[in-house]
Ligand binder design. Sequence first.
Ligand code: RFL
Ligand code: PHB
Length: 387
Amino acid sequence: MSATQVGIVGAGPAGLVLAHLLQRCGIESVVLELHDREYVEARVRAGVLEQGTADLLNRIGVGERMRSDGSVHRGVNLQFLGRRHRIALDELTGGKAITVYGQQEVVKDLIAARLAAGGEVRFGVENVRLEGVETDAPVVHYRHDGQERALRCDVVAGCDGFHGCCRDAVPHARTFEREHPFAWLGILAAVAPSTEELIYAYHDRGFALHSLRSPELSRLYLQVDPHDRIESWPDERIWEELQLRLASEGWVLREGPVLEKGITALRSFVVEPMQHRRLFLAGDAAHIVPATGAKGMNLAVADVVVLAQALDVWYRTGRDDGLRAYSATCLRRVWRVQDFSVWMTMLMHRHGDAFTRRVQEAAQAHVCESVSAARCLAESYVGGATL
Ligand code: RFL
Ligand code: PHB
């Protein structure tokens, strides 16, 4: 049996950032990942980093490519029935901004830095099972290279995403869940973005979003029915729908080859508590927010910052109050972000009856007309302080 101080299950943003933060405090860890490195590095997901997340990546020394290839956005556009309204993030928040940089690029940077520093990431592990998380010596069992292996640790960090196994090891957990009646069809297209800043568009035919990845790559989304299948969305239909929903006078949406496409349900999910004795859940393993607020990866990073600080104090002084407060500390941010993400979702998607739509239109007008409403949106969008 091998041993380490912190066994980390999952090499997504949560697991990899945690490994870096611990290494900086001199705490050893091993990361166990189900998929191979190529798969993890190619998975197209989030794109928006809050100011605090970008600052943290810079602080831990993995921000070089983000600074050169990512782009800092000082505003976002909301579009209601063809009329575009810019939210000046920096002016409304005292100088804060977001950074647009693909999650898979963040993951590549984290893996490269981890391996360069001599840290361990075991890719392609199967059948992970946790034993003894209620004791002082939990063990992570797994299969690797056809052999049964075991990793003894002081603490296990469950960073294995929404479909992982660690959450099941929290007994008496309470889950809170809402399936929103929409899904997002997302595409990555080989075409220069038609906009410098994101466009969130509300339209009679449904929501659409124009995001970016690089000077040659655009990322776009459409609200679709959660039961829709990707086969019923050939590329021509996707572009046709994007043209309709994003249309604005004097503006042209450029089209290009679709490199990747998929449908993801919009879901809200929270598990309480996020810990059980020596097991701590972080990121999507503990909570999912609908993508409209662009918060999932940022929340994952915020959790592991709290965990790393608590572990640092525990190892240095033996004080465990930070660890005991872990779940409560994280859940305060999680529910605030859930509130913002659900609000943004309801503001921007086509849903409900005629009454709901009138209320929605009033909320849209309020954001455009009231500086304090716009500031509230901007502050939530750029995110709070990451400890
Ligand atoms: P991840 O990234 O899912 O990583 C979990 C890792 O654990 C592995 N794993 C296991 N490993 C070992 N044993 C097992 N049994 C395992 N089971 C799973 C998985 O292979 C994986 O490598 O979770 P993490 O680290 O918590 O990070 C969360 C983020 O990935 C997620 O919240 C975001 O992608 C959400 N999200 C967005 N977040 C943002 O902050 N900004 C955005 O702009 C944004 N846009 C999005 C999004 C998510 C989307 N989709 C596809 C769900 C847009 C979309 C369309
Ligand atoms: C993305 O670029 O993938 C993205 C941007 C904003 C969102 C969600 C996803 O709200």
